[in-house]
Design a protein around this ligand. Structure first.
Ligand SMILES: Nc1ncnc2c1ncn2[C@@H]1O[C@H](COP(=O)(O)OP(=O)(O)OP(=O)(O)O)[C@@H](O)[C@H]1O
Ligand SMILES: [Mg+2]
Length: 444
């Protein structure tokens, strides 16, 4: 169900969240539109058109991951993010790159089921109401054979239910408790997770769901019944088939830290066998192969790969030639400066400044950002990035958390207050810290 957005529309939608980086936005927008274009072709030609994968090149914290994530959400594509460097780890080499595809299928199943649940909402709501009525008006057959009267009573209760008058009424409900499955943990497993197999799915498959009978309020029972009724509307086989198709045609794999598996040929010494090995392992998946998943075979021929890396040392040309050929589009992202930081703080719908204002509003506080305060923060962020390590826009997170620490601690006690963060406040609270390089290295 990818939406038919044109490249221009995709870029405009990304602009709402991400400041700057026009080249990267254009590249991903074209790649997405090309998928739509491909679907319009004759089947014969359609099979021939392979996706044009992208490498995003840029320093840390400039929006590489953010662009890919927002894009996937925007066009409702199944999405997974993996770190290429993870695959150098022992036990990850070889067969296990296929886990990328299995995860993609999993993401697609979650997405499709969620959509089907949404689509079934109306039917499920109506069915849930009828089942609530059954619980509220238990068997009155026999003694009251007057069907007409029974119907009238039911109608009256239905109205009351819909008017929300019975929410606190108690009913007894027998249902499948799925809550018992996820809490399973093996004694001695140390809580470290990382078990070699998927316990949860094992339990699902062998039906460990337990029936329980509880006395619940109508509003609690409705939630459970809604869930059950929505689930009834989903045909798992169909959902899985749809998910596989979706993963194949619309899936996006974000391959982070691709530069870490590139081998810099000029540095001399023995070529790094393991990194090249990882590249070779990845190649079939990127080129197109078939992977067996829980939901059936998934062909990767048309999955879109977006790779990203800083490429400080290695260059894209240090990747093995086959892989280079599979990533024909390279875009550089700009490093962010004062002006970009100012815009990142103020423009996006869910900008950090808005997030903190909303968090404090939950406590009854009013947080106002004076334009000169935002400008001062942007300047400081730049200064600290230059003085210590450039972590891009991530610097804004540390700065904001630090500057709002007094309010974040105090809110909740006593009356709400109104706070304005202007340049004076910023400099008073952070100026000294930022000026001291040693201090800011630790704190900001
Ligand atoms: N251009 C931008 N516009 C808005 N927010 C941004 C931008 N660049 C980065 N950010 C914010 O900074 C944070 C880090 O960005 P992101 O995860 O995209 O970095 P990255 O480029 O993937 O870095 P890395 O190479 O370290 O993975 C995110 O929370 C994101 O919201
Ligand atoms: Mg990233």
């Amino acid at each position: 169900m990818s939406l038919d957005l044109t490249p221009r529309q995709i870029v405009a939608a990304l602009d709402e969240f991400i400041v700057g980086q026009p080249d990267a936005k254009r590249a991903v927008a074209i790649a997405i539109r090309n998928r739509w274009r491909r679907k319009q072709l004759d089947p014969e030609l359609r099979e021939e058109v392979s996706p044009k994968n992208i490498i995003l090149i840029g320093p840390t914290g400039v929006g590489k991951t953010e662009i890919a994530r927002r894009l996937a959400r925007l066009v409702r594509s199944p999405f997974v993010k993996v770190e290429a460097s993870k695959f150098t780890e022992v036990g990850y080499v070889g067969r296990d790159v296929e886990a990328i595809v299995r995860d993609l299928a999993e993401a697609a199943v979650v997405m499709v089921k969620q959509e089907q649940r949404e689509a079934a909402r109306e039917v499920a709501t109506a069915a849930a109401v009828e089942r609530l009525l059954d619980l509220l008006l238990p068997a009155m057959e026999g003694e009251d054979s007057d069907a007409e009267r029974r119907d009238r009573l039911r109608d009256r209760f239905r109205e009351k239910l819909q008017a929300g008058e019975l929410e606190e009424r108690e009913v007894e409900l027998t249902y499948e408790s799925s809550a018992s499955a996820p809490s399973v943990s093996l004694p001695g497993a140390g809580g470290g997770g990382g078990m070699g197999f998927d316990l949860q799915s094992l339990f699902e498959r062998f039906g460990s769901k337990k029936k329980v009978t509880r006395t619940l309020s109508v509003s609690e029972a409705r939630e459970i019944l809604l869930g059950e009724e929505a689930e009834k509307q989903i045909d798992p086989d169909k959902a899985h088939a749809e998910a596989v198709a979706r993963a194949e045609a619309d899936g996006i794999v974000f391959l982070d830290e691709i530069d870490k598996i590139a081998v810099d040929g000029e540095r001399g010494g023995a070529p790094d066998v393991s990194r090249q090995g990882v590249q070779r392992d990845l190649l079939p998946i990127v080129e197109g192969t078939t992977v067996q998943t829980r939901y059936g075979q998934v062909k990767t021929d048309h999955v879109l790969f977006i790779a990203a890396g800083a490429f400080h040392v290695a260059k894209p040309s240090d990747l093995i030639p086959e892989l280079q050929g599979r990533f024909p589009i390279r875009v550089e992202l700009d490093s962010l400066g004062e002006e970009e930081f100012r815009r990142i703080l103020s423009e996006p719908k869910a900008s950090l400044t808005r997030q903190y204002a909303a968090l404090l509003a939950a406590e009854g506080w009013t947080l106002e950002w004076a334009p000169d305060g935002i400008a001062a923060l942007a300047k400081l962020a730049c200064q600290v990035n230059e003085g210590t390590t450039n972590i891009g826009a991530r610097r804004l997170h540390t700065l904001l958390e630090k500057i709002l620490e007094p309010e974040l601690f105090e809110a909740g006690d006593g009356e709400g207050k109104t706070v304005t963060i202007d340049a004076a406040v910023v400099n008073e609270r952070l100026g000294e810290l930022a000026a001291d390089e040693d201090l800011s290295r630790y704190i900001l």
